[in-house]
Design a protein around this ligand. Structure first.
Ligand code: ARG
Length: 459
């Protein structure tokens, strides 16, 4: 068999195993729309610069549109013998329009072609993720507005620390996701330079107009160095790093949902729509979606790691190793999109058990810090002394198996005789959260103000 692609130099085709390891069409077919857009822009530029005739450029554009329709409609036959999406499209173009198809690859290589296609794909993915992040933020802000007054325990070391509001807790994730959007948008800005026209590695002697192709594909400018253009994938790595941080944020919220929905906590309930049962234990309601969000963060980070490791020893310029960039990025962004949608669904769905959260918020001496602060504010004790006095009161309560507010005043006075009846006011959970009015604190009024600010920002 002669070689379908490089028959000039080659007299024989590849071995079956060579074809199997080499072909990327099974996955890079995902780039068809980007590949066709890139080729159309290139052909139009070649004609504008007089490198090919306007007539040939017209035929090429028509043929490419027809191929796009064939692939859109599932009528295109992909061939592994043609290695990748670029050769599959070009070969079909030749069938459709004849000799003019052979002029499309003037002043271009698959190296700048794939770099362009892949940048376009990653750019689309970043834009999609940005929109999904905005949706998740809106869902969180909405729930936070509903629960600005709902108290719950705040934890450090997963031990009761101080009461907070559920709204405040949800708004913490809004801040994280806002930074995530910043990273996504920043990665997009740096990505948005066009490698097309770098050709194989050194540029070309044809009088091409790289500014024209860059503009027509929505890039801000052409890349400045032809070697860099075809040999680096930092745009994908940066996007995947941003994706990994997003996945970590989602994983932490997922872990909290798993904990909160356990019978022992009972803070939230997911509806049947977001729960699964057990094939043996009839009582079970499992938060599988949250668990999978948590798991997929590992996978997304793994994708980024894999590409970092693929890239780390490559000399300039293009190496075939770089063909392995795509499956990692596809997997990363497809799973990220899935977990963002699942998390938004769960945030919309979950029903907090307000009474249970309030009961938990008041247990575990959670207002001990409020007591110490009262001793400082009202009795003028240095904070360290107030900490010691409060510690003794906590020890008394713990020994008797009661809460701080259950210690009779007379007993409090044995520890510090300046304590008055007024101290009991600061020991309630409601007053505790209401007092946390410092900038960024958990006070319900603060939460309402933040909800208002974010609602306006998110539109
Ligand atoms: N399928 C290849 C890839 O994804 C396209 C570039 C091929 N270039 C080459 N010099 N063999 O990287």
């Amino acid at each position: 068999m002669s070689n379908r692609m490089w028959g000039g130099r080659f007299s024989a085709g590849p071995s079956a195993i060579m074809e199997e390891i080499n072909a990327s069409i099974d996955f890079d077919r995902k780039l068809y729309a980007q590949d066709i857009a890139g080729s159309k822009a290139h052909a139009e530029m070649l004609a504008a610069r007089g490198i090919i005739s306007a007539e040939d450029a017209g035929k090429i554009a028509e043929g490419l549109d027809a191929i796009k329709a064939e692939i859109d409609n599932g009528r295109f036959t992909f061939s592994r013998a043609l290695e990748d999406i670029h050769m599959n499209v070009e070969s079909r173009l030749k069938e459709l329009i004849g000799a003019a198809a052979g002029r499309l690859h003037t002043a271009r290589s698959r190296n700048d072609q794939v770099a362009t296609d892949f940048r376009l794909w990653v750019r689309d993915s970043l834009d999609h993720v940005d929109g999904q992040l905005a949706d998740l933020m809106k869902a969180l802000v909405k729930r936070a507005g509903e629960h600005a007054d709902t108290v719950m325990p705040g934890f450090t070391h997963l031990q009761s620390a101080q009461p907070v509001t559920f709204g405040h807790h949800l708004m913490a994730y809004v801040e994280m996701l806002a930074r995530d959007r910043g990273r996504v948008q920043d990665a997009r800005r740096r990505l948005n330079e066009c490698p097309l026209g770098a050709a194989a590695l050194a540029g070309t002697s044809f009088p091409i107009d790289r500014h024209m192709t860059a503009a027509s594909l929505g890039f801000d400018r052409p890349t400045a160095n032809s070697l860099d253009s075809v040999s680096d994938r930092d745009f994908a790595l940066e996007a995947m790093a941003a994706a990994s941080i997003i996945a970590v944020h989602l994983s932490r919220l997922a872990e909290e949902i798993v904990i909160w929905s356990s019978a022992q906590f009972g803070f939230v309930r997911l509806s049947d729509a977001f729960s699964t049962g057990s094939s043996i234990m009839p009582q079970k309601r499992n938060p599988d979606a949250a668990e999978l969000v948590r798991a997929k963060s590992g996978r997304i980070i793994g994708d980024m790691n894999a590409l970092l490791i693929i890239m780390k020893g490559l000399p300039l310029a293009y190496q075939k190793d770089m063909q392995e960039d795509k499956e990692q990025a596809f997997d990363c962004f497809e799973n990220l999109s899935l977990v963002l949608a699942a998390m938004t669904g769960m945030v919309d769905d979950l029903v907090p058990n307000v009474a249970r959260m309030a009961a938990a918020a008041g247990s575990g001496f959670s207002t001990a810090t409020d007591l110490a602060d009262w001793l400082v504010r009202v009795l003028g004790l240095p904070f360290r002394d107030a900490h010691h006095v409060t510690g003794r009161l906590v020890a008394i309560a713990a020994e008797r198996g009661i809460e701080l507010s259950d210690i009779p005043l007379a007993d409090m006075k044995t520890v510090h005789d300046g304590i008055t009846e007024a101290v009991y006011d600061v020991l309630t959970v409601e007053n505790s959260v209401r007092s946390r009015t410092s900038h960024g604190g958990t006070a319900p009024d603060n939460v309402r103000a933040e909800v208002k600010r974010w609602t306006a920002l998110l539109g």
